[in-house]
Design a binder for this molecule. Sequence first.
Ligand code: ACO
Length: 162
Amino acid sequence: SEYDPKAHEGSPQSLVLLVALKNLFSRQLPKMPREYITRLVFDRNHHSIMCLKNRVQVVAGITMRVFHEIGLGEIAFCAVDMNEQVRGYGNRIMAHAKEYARSIGLTFFLTYADNFAMEYFKKQGFSETITTPMSVWGGYLKDYDESTMMECIINPNIHYLR
Ligand code: ACO
């Protein structure tokens, strides 16, 4: 189905869900300061994709910063609830993130992957080889030594949910 990025923008329901998403990230990404997670999840330049169970329970989520001017989505947070891991939600949520990215015209994802999540990102089509020249994204993101930057190209002709 097609995405309507503005469908839930600003609704009270979406705020409740964003709070639940922020709490999911805080639980699953303990090394990230809580205030930092809160700031990004509620920031207008960040877009979030969630997987809901029974319409209210957030079981998985991805939050990305969108840089429209260069077609970049920076995946800031990606997590699946502890009790729901290894059931395919991780695969599914990333497919939705890619389809959403495609629908708003993004052409690549970058992320700073935790070491233990690198295999997961590789299975999602991310690579340690960054093919997009640094001249494109260097002014937006830094290449830290402590974490591994990974890239995933978004192909405008692929429907990622098919
Ligand atoms: N190591 C190796 N393979 C993995 C790992 C891992 N840590 N995690 C998942 N996989 C593989 C699975 O085997 C599966 O492979 P398959 O499709 O061949 O069967 C595939 O990746 C996806 O599995 P899912 O069941 O869809 O993934 P899951 O729902 O368990 O979610 C996730 C994976 C998001 C990494 C989850 O384990 C999680 O939330 N971890 C804690 C938070 C975290 O580390 N997030 C990433 C931090 S980096 C960042 O946010 C930018």
